[in-house]
Design a protein around this ligand. Structure first.
Ligand code: ADP
Ligand code: MG
Length: 229
């Protein structure tokens, strides 16, 4: 039997990511102050607060509706190009996800790949431009590789997280091509991109939220019965 991701898991991830981001105001604001206009934490935190306030509604939704709703919510919170990029990406993924409330990891991969494609197109950005794409792109590639190798969910989730975090770390040495850092004389070299850091944290939270469940899941599997999922 296959490991299924449920909308309840995804809403748990949204709440966990919101908590992580809420606690990092000074750090993220200082990163964006160095390379941008300093508002990235305010923008992203506002969006996660709005989503947390809608928890009951979100929990009752199937995947397609859930992603569309997250997208609309993120897009309607004023401030920052990141809102438009996340909003568009969630809506694009909502269009390809099924209506149901349980999906295999292959569907989650398709959703993340659709988000990446939409973000790159909407923002005219490629990997290496020193943006949040530099965390998402390697994560999606690692996801693909793990699926191709038929790796266990826990291994796959760990690879996903590590690829995102190391991708974000690499933005330190990059010259910005898109976004506000590209207007600076030094193109932000020497500084992490704030959007890449918050993207990597979200992927880390997603991975850890799902891994907590995959850990429980793999034990009953060995006994030949399934207790959750
Ligand atoms: P703004 O730059 O409009 O103030 P935010 O501060 O909310 O928006 O977000 C900044 C982050 O958005 C950047 O750190 C970068 O990761 C991401 N970003 C900006 N422009 C683009 C783009 N064209 N493509 C992808 N990501 C981008
Ligand atoms: Mg900003």
């Amino acid at each position: 039997m296959e490991f299924l991701v449920t909308t309840a898991d995804y809403v748990d991830f949204i709440l966990n990511a919101g908590k992580k981001i809420a606690g990092e105001k000074d750090y993220i604001s200082s990163l964006d102050a160095a390379t941008g206009d300093g508002d990235h934490w305010v923008n992203i935190n506002m969006r996660f607060e709005a989503l947390a306030g809608m928890e009951a509604t979100l929990r009752g939704m199937g995947f397609s509706a859930l992603f569309k709703k997250i997208g609309l919510t993120m897009m309607s919170r004023i401030g920052g190009s990141s809102g438009i990029l996340y909003g568009g990406a969630y809506q694009a993924a909502g269009k390809i996800l099924p209506e149901g409330s349980g999906i295999p990891l292959t569907d989650l991969y398709q959703a993340m790949d659709a988000m990446l494609t939409d973000m790159m197109k909407r923002g005219h950005a490629q990997p290496g431009f020193k943006t949040m794409i530099d965390a998402l792109y390697p994560a999606v590639a690692a996801f693909r590789e793990s699926l191709d190798k038929h790796e266990e969910p826990l291994v796959l989730l760990k690879n996903l997280k590590q690829a995102a975090l190391s991708g974000a770390e690499k933005t330190r040495g990059m010259e910005a091509v898109k976004g506000r850092a590209s207007y600076q004389k030094d193109k932000g070299v020497g500084h992490l991109d704030p959007g890449a850091v918050t993207m990597a944290w979200q992927i880390e939270c997603l991975s850890e939220t799902l891994a907590a469940k995959a850990g429980n899941y793999e034990k009953p599997m060995r006994g030949g019965e399934r207790k959750n999922g």
